[in-house]
Design a protein around this ligand. Structure first.
Ligand code: NAG
Ligand code: NAG
Ligand code: NAG
Ligand code: NAG
Ligand code: NAG
Ligand code: NAG
Ligand code: NAG
Length: 564
């Protein structure tokens, strides 16, 4: 083989890598969804699925980093669609739960894919989707409901539309324990009539408040007014006590919002009020405002004082409490060329809520009220859930970060050199056909690696994998997998997971579903040859990770400076 030929190959590969990496670094552009899910896990807001304007379901999966300041006019979405194993769907519901309390649990939804499972999990640390095996009762398949996870990791799935014939609501309460993956049924004694598109909010005392909804599927036009009146009243609300599995109805007073469904609700930062936004309505008289607050101390509805640019009403959106904001994502009813997919309502001041476009991840110190002397029935939460947003690792981690950046740059260069070296060796050996996949374990390792498109993987990992793939004639391939990795997270400056990889590998072999094999792999892995394309992809993968790490680290530094 001529030297020139080899040099050409290397230059070509580097060029390809550069082009592909650059095209990857362009932030993901969502196409607009409603009936999607939005799940907050460790400062990332994950958006999954949803319905598209053309009445098909989306298969997109992406996230927004909320550990750093951002403006809603310039959202930097990160795409994870290529690792998504959930079929296109909409109207599902999701929570953060699991044994490590960092797993996305997706339940139900509407799909045309007959093979869609009832429950999926996404481990945000290992970045792996799975179909968990759930013991206990057979779960009904529902859609258009709002699942709530309590403080003990139990996922409550009340009512919703039965997703067989699609048009009738079903009354049942599924309780899925996300820690031991067991499902049972809850009580329906004194439960309200079944419904879909209601709102549900977990209160500080581990009770769930259910508000509004529709008694069947509704048709609505662009005005968001229901043309057939089936939205349910907000003059009463329903409280489910997770402690003793009992229901209770409360009559509300004050400026009761019109009947509505498809709206969103969050708990106020003081834990004493529920804020609702949007939805579709039966009474156009209430369209002057779409924001209402229910005072939980007396079940009185009121319209809060609002400033900022009032957005158009939305329906079938999602709302998450992130820091001091009610964060509205996507939905139906707004012009995407005019308004951002993300709306921010600053709720840190109960006297006046502010629609804003800039997100500040720091949580003000004064939002936790001192317990009121007139002992309210709702105890204040000790901490807002996102108080971890303001970490103070900045004191000791700046040096680490700078070191990490320099280190990654250096290791990136070294890696390229090593890559070129191995490529050279491989080319030399090619004619002898020494390099083939030796056994299934290696094949699985490779697949495992391809499944994860990690965003916070350390560079060492890439090198380890590279070695695994090169050392294919090793008889104990899994032993090479003990290389520990260092992951930078926004919360801790550095954590070293204990053989995280081996665990996921074991999990993989014990679950009985077929792991997904990304297309790129299928294309590249034709039979047993370790092709040039696969090698190039592997390098590309490592460089992408490298870029992502750098980006995260820089963001980290920005964030810390910001918090000072
Ligand atoms: C619906 O829209 C999406 C996104 O624009 C597109 O990918 C898909 O092909 C469309 N489906 C149909 C049936 O038009
Ligand atoms: C669940 O469904 C399967 C098949 O439909 C049935 O064989 C099994 O008995 C059911 N289990 C329970 C607990 O109802
Ligand atoms: C999981 O984290 C949330 C805060 O994000 C907390 O309220 C909840 O109690 C935790 N769940 C478990 C089972 O520890
Ligand atoms: C679905 O609808 C068909 C007829 O429309 C009915 O025969 C069938 O029982 C329904 N299935 C369920 C599970 O309700
Ligand atoms: C929903 O409510 C409307 C109005 O009360 C009623 O006409 C309709 O039959 C109800 N639908 C169901 C499925 O109960
Ligand atoms: C459940 O507990 C609440 C108090 O938290 C009590 O008011 C209610 O009566 C109890 N219900 C049942 C069915 O035990
Ligand atoms: C942050 O730093 C302050 C003082 O430097 C300390 O009291 C507090 O415990 C720290 N918080 C965390 C979460 O480490």
């Amino acid at each position: 083989m001529s030297k020139n030929f080899l040099v050409n190959i290397i230059i070509w590969m580097l060029l390809q890598i550069l082009i592909e990496v650059n095209s990857q670094m362009v932030p993901f552009k969502p196409i607009g969804y409603f009936h999607h899910t939005a799940t907050l896990i460790d400062n990332k807001l994950y958006i999954l699925g949803g319905r598209l304007e053309n009445e098909t379901s989306a298969k997109d999966f992406f996230y927004l980093d909320v550990s750093v300041p951002f403006n809603t006019q310039e959202l930097s979405w990160q795409d994870l669609s290529n690792i998504n194993m959930v079929p296109p769907h909409d109207s599902a519901t999701s929570v953060k739960g699991g044994a490590n309390n960092n797993t996305l649990f997706l339940y139900g939804g509407h799909t045309t894919d007959q093979n869609m499972a009832l429950v999926y999990t996404f481990d945000s640390q290992s970045i792996i989707w799975d179909i968990p095996k759930i013991t206990g009762i057979n779960m009904t398949k529902k859609r258009g409901l709002k699942g709530i996870i309590d403080y003990n990791g139990k996922f409550y799935l009340w009512s919703g539309e039965y997703d067989v014939n699609g048009t009738y609501v079903i009354n049942d309460m599924l309780i899925l324990d996300t820690l031991n993956l067991n499902c049972k049924k809850g009580s329906l004694v004194n439960a309200p009539i079944p419904r879909s598109e209601y709102s549900a909010t977990l209160l500080p005392d581990n009770k769930i408040i259910y508000i509004g909804g529709a008694n069947e599927s509704c048709f609505f036009g662009t005005t968001l007014n229901i043309e057939i009146g089936v939205a349910l009243t907000l003059s009463e609300i329903y409280i489910y006590d997770t402690a003793n599995d009992s229901w209770n109805t409360k009559i509300t007073s004050g400026k009761i919002p019109s009947n509505r469904a498809g709206f969103s609700a969050i708990l106020g930062l003081d834990g004493q009020r529920v804020i609702i936004y949007g939805g579709y309505f039966s009474n156009p008289g209430y369209l002057d405002t779409t924001l209402y607050v229910l005072d939980l101390t007396n079940f009185n509805w009121y319209v809060p004082k609002i400033s900022g640019k009032i957005p158009k009403p939305r329906v079938f959106h999602e709302a998450n409490l992130i820091g001091k904001y009610m964060v509205i994502s996507f939905g139906y009813g707004y012009d995407r060329t005019v308004e951002s997919d993300i709306l921010l309502l600053d709720i840190s001041n109960n006297e006046e809520y502010v629609w804003t476009t800039s997100f500040d991840p720091s949580v003000p110190k004064n939002i936790i009220p001192s317990p009121s002397p007139t002992s309210s029935p709702i105890p204040s939460r000790s901490l807002p859930p996102s108080s971890q947003l303001s970490d103070n690792s900045s004191n000791n981690s700046n040096i680490n970060i700078v070191g990490a950046i320099v280190g990654s740059l250096l290791s990136g260069i070294i890696f390229l050199i090593i890559g070129c070296f191995f490529l050279y060796k491989w080319n030399k050996n090619k004619q002898n056909k020494k390099i083939i996949y030796g056994n299934d374990n290696n094949y699985n390792n490779y697949r495992q690696e391809e499944k994860e498109i990690p965003t916070e993987r350390d560079y060492e990992q890439a090198i380890n994998n590279e070695q695994n793939i090169i050392q294919i004639n090793d008889n104990e391939p899994t032993n090479d997998y003990h290389g520990q990795e260092i992951i930078l997270t926004p919360d801790e400056s550095m954590i070293i997971p204990a053989n995280d990889h081996e665990q996921t590998y074991k999990n993989e072999s014990t679950t009985n579903h077929e792991p997904i094999i990304p297309e790129s792999f299928n294309n590249n892995y034709n039979g047993e040859r370790f092709s040039l394309q696969a090698f190039k992809d592997e390098m590309l993968q490592a460089v992408k990770q490298e870029n992502q790490n750098l980006r995260n680290e820089i963001l980290q530094v920005v964030k810390e400076n910001y918090n000072k």
